[in-house]
Design a protein around this ligand. Structure first.
Ligand SMILES: *Cc1c(COP(=O)(O)O)cnc(C)c1O
Length: 371
């Protein structure tokens, strides 16, 4: 056989595929999943829903996912008390695919996307894949957005996409409405789409608003959500955008035909019809988060206030050593965020106890003085 080198794009040469380690460890607190298995009655209902459509799998699925979009719109009405129609909702295989479609439609060569670091590490990859220029500006020391600086960046760089993550990953920081609206105004003035990635919205503390409340006022606003986190459906791959119907229409141009399988649609619709059984899990996770944040703070760690199902904490001289020690005790967390910080996802109460025990035994957890 003759040697063959796949003709990978020059700009992709030497790049490695994205992904956190998928290690077989007893306590996995590294990718912000919902740690609870699906309730048996919900799992059974999903099985029945899939069995019911199985004979029709010879046909392509509903390209417009009409039933799922209506269910998602109804769910948002219950969850965030906002009224949206199915035509304003656009689902895909995870909010990662939604974001990819947003870049395909609104990014591209000669165009710029702007975000604020530290933030989600996938954004630069969507930009790379779509030949979009990607610029990040730093968040403040307490991980908030510097609004004046953000507006200046938009005025100077004229991006077509502005990305804000709320609650932000990996810091857990939520974006207050009074910070969001002036940035939305600046984006609108330059014709830019502003995406608020709300992957963790269901975990926000009471009183923290959702950007969904601003949809009526901003035709350039896109809110993305996912069923991977609070819904406990990371394995099903369902995320969605919520925006003005005209903006959703633009996304339909770049989607692959029949991108969302009939099996995925049936599973997601079933989960949405059982959304109340998941609410107890979300309540437990929020309480566990607040308790763990208090515990970490009481032990002298610096803790970033979190509206999500994870906590960024530090600061360590050698975070890799702490991470490895936790792993040696069967607890996998994530080395992410600025140097010296670690991120732990909220697990079941039992898993969180194991994390606490392992952390108490980790060397090098004596605290640096705050700078
Ligand atoms: C987990 C996460 C997502 C969700 O991705 P899916 O593709 O829906 O699983 C999106 N944005 C952020 C910031 C995340 O952390």
């Amino acid at each position: 056989m003759s040697a063959f080198t796949p003709p990978l794009r020059d700009d992709l040469a030497g790049q490695v595929p994205y992904g956190a380690p998928q290690l077989d460890v007893p306590v996995r607190l590294n990718v912000n999943e919902n740690p609870f298995p699906l309730p048996p009655e919900l799992a059974a209902a999903m099985g029945q829903a899939v069995a019911a459509i199985a004979p029709e799998l010879n046909r392509y699925p509903d390209r417009e996912a009409t039933e799922l979009r209506a269910e998602l719109a109804a769910y948002l009405g219950r969850e965030s008390q906002v009224s949206v129609t199915g035509a304003q909702v656009w689902p895909a295989n995870g909010s990662n695919e939604v974001m990819h479609q947003l870049f395909l439609a609104f990014g591209g060569p000669e165009r710029t996307a702007v975000s604020f670091d530290p933030t989600y590490s996938m954004y630069p990859e969507y930009a790379r894949d779509t030949f979009t220029r990607y610029l990040t500006f730093p968040r403040t020391a307490d991980f908030r957005i510097d609004v004046r600086r953000a507006i200046l960046a938009i005025d100077e760089q004229r991006p077509s996409i502005v990305l804000l993550t709320s609650p932000n990953n990996p810091t857990g920081t939520a974006l207050p409405t009074e910070d969001l609206t002036p940035i939305l105004d600046a984006a609108l003035a330059h014709g830019a789409v502003l995406v608020v990635d709300e992957a963790y919205a269901e975990f926000r503390r009471s009183g923290t608003p959702s950007a969904l409340e601003l949809l009526d006022r901003y035709p350039n606003l896109v809110v993305t959500r996912t069923m991977s986190k609070a819904f406990g459906l990371a394995g099903a791959r369902v995320g969605y955008a919520v925006a003005d119907a005209a903006l959703v229409d633009a996304l339909r141009i770049v989607r692959l035909p029949y991108h969302l399988s009939a099996v995925t649609q049936a599973v997601a619709v079933t989960a949405l019809r059982h959304s109340e059984v998941l609410q107890q899990q979300v309540r437990t996770l929020r309480d566990e988060r607040d308790a763990l944040a208090d515990w970490l703070a009481a032990r002298g760690f610096t803790v970033a206030p979190s509206d999500a199902n994870f906590i960024l904490f530090g600061r360590f001289h050698d975070r890799d050593a702490v991470w490895q020690s936790l792993l040696d005790h069967g607890v996998l967390i994530r080395q992410t965020g600025p140097q010296g910080w670690l991120r732990v996802s909220i697990g079941t109460p039992l898993e969180n106890d194991r994390f606490r025990l392992a952390l108490e035994q980790a060397p090098g957890t004596e605290q640096e003085a705050a700078p």
